[in-house]
Design a binder for this molecule. Structure first.
Ligand code: SAM
Length: 380
C-alpha cells in the first residue's frame, strides 16, 4: 500500500476527499490545501484519471525531522531513487514550505537535487539530467517547521490541464476550480444550467464532461507512466473501462453567453474541438438582457474581478443593474457568483443564502449563492 497527498485549491478539500473515496482511496484525511490517502497503484492511476478537483497527486516517499539543510540532504540521499525511475529520465526538484526556519528554499532544492544525483552516481555510476521546465520526474519537497517530506509527482502537467481548452480569454478559471464550484452549486446533469459570462467556457466544458460521465484525464498522459513501477496493463484496463462508460454527448439544457464576441468564439471553438459542438448553445448577450428559457435552473458565473484600472468603478455601477436584472428575469433560479470582489452582494442588493470561501491561487474569493425565489423578489 502506498500513501499519497492530493493537492487541490483551498476550499475544495472535503469534496476532493469524497472523490478519492470513490476511486478506492483509504485512510483519507483532509488538511488545508489537500487530502492524504492510501491505496495501491491502481488507486493512484484512477485518482489521476478521474479526479476533477485535484491539482496533482504526490506519492509519499519518506518523512523525517530536520533542523538544517544537511539533514534534508541525508534524508534524500538514503532513498532508493534508482528503484523509482531510470537514469535516462530528466529530473526537477520543487520545494514548498510552511513555517520553515531555513533561509533559502532554493538551496534546499539544490541539496535535494544533489542527493538524488549522488544516489544515482553511487549505485549506477551516472546521474539523471536536470530539466527545470519539462522534466519527466519531479521530486517534491515539503518542509514544515521541523519535518521534511519527500514525494514523487505522479501527475506531470497539473491535472486541471485536461487538454480540452484550446482557446482562452483573459482570466480563465482553472478547470479543477470550475469543477469544484459546479459541484458546490449542487448542479446535477439534467438540471438547466447557464453561465451568462462564460469567457472561454470552462464551467460549460466541465458540466458536459460530468453529464456524460467522461473522466477528465482521458485525453492526456501522466508522470506515473514514466516511473519504474508503472504497470501498463493495469493502466490500460483502467483507462479502457473509463472510456467504455462515457455516454454519448446529446443536446443538453446548458447555455453559455458572453458580451464579448471573442469569448463566444473561444467557447464555441473549445466545445467544437472537444467534440461537444452540437450539445449546447453559446450566444453573444449582455447578462443584463439575458433571460432564462426554463422556470428553474442553476446560474453559475465568474464575473470580472475588477483588476484592470477603472474596472472597480465599472463594476460598482454594474452590480445594482445586475440586481435588477436578476429580480426581473431570474426568479425561480438559484444563482451562484464566484468572485474576489467581496462587495458583490451588497452592491447587487440581494442577500446571499450562502457565502463559501474559496481560493483562486493566492486570491481569496467567495462563491455567493443568491436564491431568486419566484414571485417574492419580483415584488421587492
Ligand atoms: C473572468 S471572465 C470569465 C472567465 C470564465 N469563467 C473562464 O473560465 O474562461 C469574465 C467574462 O465576463 C464577460 N462579461 C463582462 N461583462 C459582461 C456582461 N455584462 N454580460 C455578459 N458577459 C460579460 C467578459 O467578456 C469575460 O469573458
Amino acid at each position: 500500500m502506498n500513501t499519497y497527498f492530493a493537492i487541490c485549491p483551498r476550499g475544495l478539500e472535503e469534496l476532493l476527499l469524497e472523490e478519492l473515496r470513490d476511486v478506492g482511496g483509504a485512510e483519507l484525511k483532509a488538511i488545508p490545501g489537500g487530502v492524504f490517502f492510501a491505496g495501491d497503484w491502481a488507486t493512484c492511476y484512477r485518482a489521476n484519471l478521474e479526479s476533477r478537483l485535484a491539482t496533482r497527486i504526490l506519492w509519499h516517499i519518506v518523512k523525517g525531522p530536520y533542523a538544517k539543510e544537511e539533514d534534508i540532504y541525508r534524508l534524500a540521499v538514503r532513498q532508493l531513487w534508482p528503484n523509482h525511475f531510470a537514469v535516462s529520465r530528466t529530473l526537477r526538484v520543487v520545494t514548498t514550505a510552511i513555517k520553515c526556519p531555513l533561509k533559502s528554499l532554493d538551496f534546499v532544492t539544490l541539496r535535494v537535487k544533489d542527493a538524488v544525483c549522488d544516489r544515482f552516481r553511487e549505485d549506477l555510476g551516472e546521474r539523471p539530467n536536470i530539466d527545470t521546465r519539462h522534466a519527466d520526474v519531479s521530486v517534491h519537497v515539503f518542509l514544515s517547521e521541523n519535518e521534511c517530506t519527500l514525494y514523487l509527482d505522479t501527475s506531470g502537467q497539473p491535472l486541471w490541464q485536461r487538454g480540452l481548452r484550446k482557446a482562452s480569454v483573459e482570466a480563465p478559471l482553472k478547470e479543477n476550480l470550475a469543477a469544484g464550484i459546479l459541484k458546490m452549486t449542487g448542479w446535477q446533469p439534467g438540471t438547466p444550467l447557464v453561465d451568462p459570462m462564460c469567457g472561454s467556457g470552462t464551467f460549460l466544458l466541465e458540466a458536459v464532461q460530468m453529464a456524460i460521465d467522461r473522466a477528465p484525464g482521458l485525453d492526456r498522459g501522466f508522470a506515473f507512466e514514466l516511473l519504474r513501477h508503472f504497470d501498463a496493463a493495469a493502466w490500460a484496463a483502467i483507462r479502457n473501462a473509463a472510456e467504455a462508460r462515457v455516454k454519448p454527448a446529446e443536446p443538453m439544457e446548458i447555455r453559455g453567453y458572453d458580451i464579448d464576441d471573442k469569448a463566444v468564439r473561444a467557447t464555441r471553438r473549445n466545445l467544437q474541438e472537444a467534440g461537444f459542438g452540437g450539445v449546447l448553445t453559446v450566444d453573444r448577450s449582455d447578462l443584463l438582457d439575458t433571460q432564462p428559457l426554463t422556470e428553474h435552473g442553476i446560474l453559475v458565473t465568474n464575473p470580472p474581478y475588477g483588476e484592470r484600472i477603472g474596472e472597480q468603478d465599472e463594476l460598482a455601477a454594474f452590480y445594482p443593474q445586475l440586481g435588477s436584472a436578476l429580480k426581473k428575469h431570474w426568479a425561480g433560479w438559484n444563482c451562484f457568483f464566484f468572485t474576489a470582489d467581496l462587495r458583490l452582494p451588497k452592491l447587487v442588493g440581494l442577500k446571499p443564502s450562502r457565502k463559501t470561501p474559496l481560493f483562486n491561487g493566492p486570491l481569496e474569493c467567495r462563491l455567493f449563492e443568491i436564491r431568486m425565489v419566484a414571485g417574492s423578489n419580483r415584488k421587492a
